[in-house]
Design a protein around this ligand. Structure first.
Ligand SMILES: [Zn+2]
Ligand SMILES: [Zn+2]
Length: 151
């Protein structure tokens, strides 16, 4: 595996606490983050809300090789939303928990952070797609909020 300079710096900085492990509800699937997590955000789009059945989804992205499955990668199912350019939902076949999703088209992994078992060295940077926010969800905190994407 080739690590980028930023990933190497990240791992150096986090040495000793670099066991960023995630697992699903039934514990069948387990993975480890091996590279820097970037663009951590809360997404309020209707697709994320439905896929997670939650007020919003908290995700980050990492490199295509930044997620290493420690257990049962073959228990991860991928749902590709018909007609969507990028949206897909990876989940555990047994319990339905959201799983890291390899996005080959964009050369990265999207990582749902609710299933991480450890604290992370990164924090959420902003909210996106607040135009689609659930009307019953009010609190956005102090983070910058974008009506659509942050870019
Ligand atoms: Zn599971
Ligand atoms: Zn979304």
């Amino acid at each position: 595996m080739t690590l980028s300079a930023s990933s190497k710096a990240y791992l150096d900085r986090t040495e000793g606490l670099n066991m960023f492990v995630g697992s699903c509800l039934c514990r069948a699937v387990k993975w480890q983050i091996d590279a820097v997590l970037e663009q951590m955000h809360h997404c309020h789009c209707s697709r994320c809300r439905k896929a997670r059945s939650a007020a919003f989804a908290t995700n980050a992205v990492t490199t295509i090789d930044g997620v290493r499955f420690l257990r049962s990668e073959d228990n991860v199912q991928l749902f590709l939303l018909p007609g969507a350019k990028y949206f897909a939902h990876a989940f555990c076949k047994t319990c339905g928990s959201s799983m890291p999703q390899k996005d080959a088209a964009r050369g990265r992994h999207s990582v749902p952070l609710g299933c991480m078992d450890d604290d992370l060295v990164v924090r959420a940077e902003h909210h996106i797609f607040t135009d689609s926010k659930a009307p019953w969800y009010a609190w956005l905190g102090d983070l910058p909020a974008f009506a659509s994407r942050s870019e």
